[in-house]
Design a protein around this ligand. Structure first.
Ligand code: PXL
Length: 270
């Protein structure tokens, strides 16, 4: 990576995970390891660990918007990542405010934690549409893609159709993450409103330590896009970072443990 006088500035709008594996904490670790400058607007605070979520408190929408404003009006941002939203009101207000944001916006439509806990209400999910409308790239996993396109399940053969439908409906790019699929190979597929852009495969890693994988990938995508990487290369690099962090998971906790962001030192944005 070229040594930059000024690192790209990334604003993460997401929930806090006390155990440090997902949410805001995963985002800060990812952004910093990839040479970005991390800022945050916290939408909800969760008490959680690798076993599950023990408590959630959603921030007042005014305070979420104040955090966003504080960051954008002074330091500014080159890219924004949006994760857990906390409430429909927060989602709606963010969509209105960020409509005029000039840089890339990566939206990870978080619904359920790796441990299985619900992180979005029906009303919040209903408000995702407004955020997909303003997002550059939306990164659903397969259950999220099914839910967002009104399907109960999603057969392998229907993934491109569903992703294409979502991309067209919201005029956005969709990265359909294949980690929840079957098989030894994980295939992520990217589509635009006008069709398929490509697919990316990786051997599935046999591990229970995947807590925060989606957060890590979306934060890495935002960082690489902020570095100026073209889309498909940003996807390639963000996946490489995420798989390396999974490979280096420290094995903490009794449930689905965190990734090892701190161990991924060799990846550059070149
Ligand atoms: O990876 C989804 C996610 C997002 N945001 C927060 C989380 C999790 C998963 O646990 O805790 C705050």
């Amino acid at each position: 990576m070229d040594r930059q006088a000024s690192p790209p500035r990334i604003l993460s709008i997401a929930g806090s995970d006390s155990s440090g594996g997902a949410g805001i904490q995963a985002d800060i670790k990812t952004i910093a390891m990839l040479g970005g400058y991390a800022m945050t607007a916290i939408t909800a605070v969760t008490a959680q660990n690798t076993r599950g979520v023990q408590g959630i408190e959603t921030m007042h929408p005014d305070l979420v918007m104040d955090q966003v404003e504080s960051c954008l009006e002074d330091i500014g941002a080159d890219a924004i990542k949006i994760g857990m939203l906390g409430s429909a009101d927060i989602a709606q207000r963010l969509a209105e405010r960020l409509d005029s944001f000039a840089g890339p916006i990566v939206f990870d439509p978080v619904m359920v934690a790796t441990s299985g806990a619900d992180l979005a209400s029906e009303a919040t999910i209903a408000a995702f549409g407004a955020l997909m409308d303003i997002a550059t790239l939306v990164t659903p996993n397969l259950p999220e893609l099914a839910a967002l396109t009104g399907r109960h399940t999603l057969a392998e053969a229907d993934i491109y159709d569903a992703a294409g439908e979502l991309a067209k409906r919201h005029d956005t790019l969709v990265l359909a993450k294949g980690g929840h699929g079957d098989g030894d190979e994980i295939i992520d597929r990217i589509v635009s409103a006008s069709g398929k852009l490509g697919s990316f495969g990786h051997a599935r890693i046999d591990t229970r330590h995947t807590h925060g994988t989606g957060c890590t990938l979306s934060a890495a995508l935002a960082t690489f896009l902020a570095h100026g990487q073209p889309l498909t290369h940003a996807v390639r690099l963000a996946r490489a970072f995420t798989f390396a962090a999974i490979e280096n998971a420290p094995g903490f906790g009794e449930g689905s443990g965190p990734l090892g962001h701190q161990a991924v030192r060799s990846l550059s944005s070149d």
